[in-house]
Write a protein that binds this ligand. Structure first.
Ligand code: ZN
Length: 347
């Protein structure tokens, strides 16, 4: 069985796609069968990687996932069928019949109706009021600890002021303040409170505001230091799509300027501190297709974390930018250095 799995995984994913009836163009792309689209966003990574990734809907996987999801069958059945068809001398128990997929109906199949997300101006008002309220409270022990932690990561007072970072100094007070000023519906829709009506940043008092056209459009919380067991380092807003951190810095930038794209916001801040133009995506795998236009006229350097997610994200993003005619390169971190912050601190 394990041997079968290995051998099936090595079957060229593009061949399987062609045999299913898909039109694979330029040996790398096809229209995505998992969402409705006019221009092909599904990209194949040929063997040995042998995977697919759709930049439109985010779906990705190996040859077995592709086959199973297109045919709407389970993984085991897919494995068996692929074994029967593509692995020489494999004598499986499944049927030998070849599946015929109605490709046309897959392409025109109506996707599940999704309510388009509409960002409401009141969200920015809530985020900005929250920021103002926090900044105006007198310093506390937790604010001091937060500043100390940030300095330890190379985020100095200049950087804190530039990016208007702030600390949730008093959770209870801020919680009450927002509820007095805004309706619970607006607060929940803005993602800043959870379904029990409380601020989501309970364990994440360092708040990173994301600006777009001078207004705050997103907030990201960070624990002070390493998180305790079962807590994530970051807290994001619920139900609000993330925007690009520091995107306003690209606004009046000349064409062909060098722009660094990082994973984490702190990495981006560090590069800016060192005189570079940088934005951050929040993680290695959140790139959205509509963001491409933001980078069109620049020379882009991708500088992600030194781990598997970072490497995969770099490869995917480079491919996507290449195909869109963007001049793109990548920066490497030395062995043993996990991210840009650490790199600049140890340098
Ligand atoms: Zn797709």
């Amino acid at each position: 069985m394990n041997d079968l799995l290995q051998r099936v995984k090595e079957v060229d994913i593009r061949q399987v796609a062609r045999d299913l009836g898909f039109d694979v163009i330029q040996t790398r792309r096809m229209l995505c069968p998992f969402h409705v689209e006019d221009t092909p966003s599904l990209v194949f990574y040929p063997p040995p990687q042998n995977e697919f990734h759709c930049f439109g809907c985010g779906k990705r996987g190996d040859v077995i996932n592709l086959y199973a999801d297109v045919c709407q069958i389970d993984f085991k059945t897919a494995l068996e069928e692929l074994g029967n068809r593509y692995v020489p001398n494999y004598e499986g128990y499944g049927s030998k019949k070849t599946r015929k997929i109605d490709i046309k109906s897959i392409y025109t199949r109506k996707p599940v109706e999704e309510k388009p997300f509409v960002f409401q101006p009141v969200f920015s008002a809530i985020y900005e009021d929250f920021q103002r309220f926090c900044l105006n409270l007198p310093a506390t022990e937790s604010a001091r600890k937060a500043a100390e932690y940030l300095r330890g990561r190379g985020i100095d007072d200049w950087t804190i002021r530039l990016f208007r970072l702030f600390v949730l100094k008093n959770y209870g007070l801020a919680n009450d303040y927002l509820k007095e000023k805004y309706s619970i519906d607006d607060l929940m829709a803005s993602g800043i409170v959870n379904d029990r009506g409380n601020l989501v940043f309970f364990k994440h008092p360092i708040i990173i505001p994301y600006y777009q056209n001078g207004r705050i459009t997103y907030l990201q919380g960070r624990t002070i230091g390493e998180p305790s067991e079962g807590t994530n380092k970051y807290q994001f807003l619920t139900g609000i799509p993330r925007t690009i951190f520091n995107i306003d810095s690209l606004k009046n930038l000349r064409g062909n300027a060098e722009v660094f794209v990082t994973e984490g916001a702190f990495d981006c801040m560090t590069l800016v501190r060192h005189g570079m133009v940088a934005v951050s995506l929040g993680s290695a795998k959140t790139f959205k297709k509509e963001w491409i236009k933001v980078f069109k006229k620049f020379k882009v350097w991708i500088w992600f974390d030194n781990d598997l997610a970072g490497q995969n994200g770099t490869r995917d993003l480079m491919e996507e930018m290449h195909l869109n005619g963007i001049l793109v390169g990548r920066k490497y971190l030395p062995d043993g250095i996990k991210d840009i912050n650490e790199y600049f601190q140890k340098r």
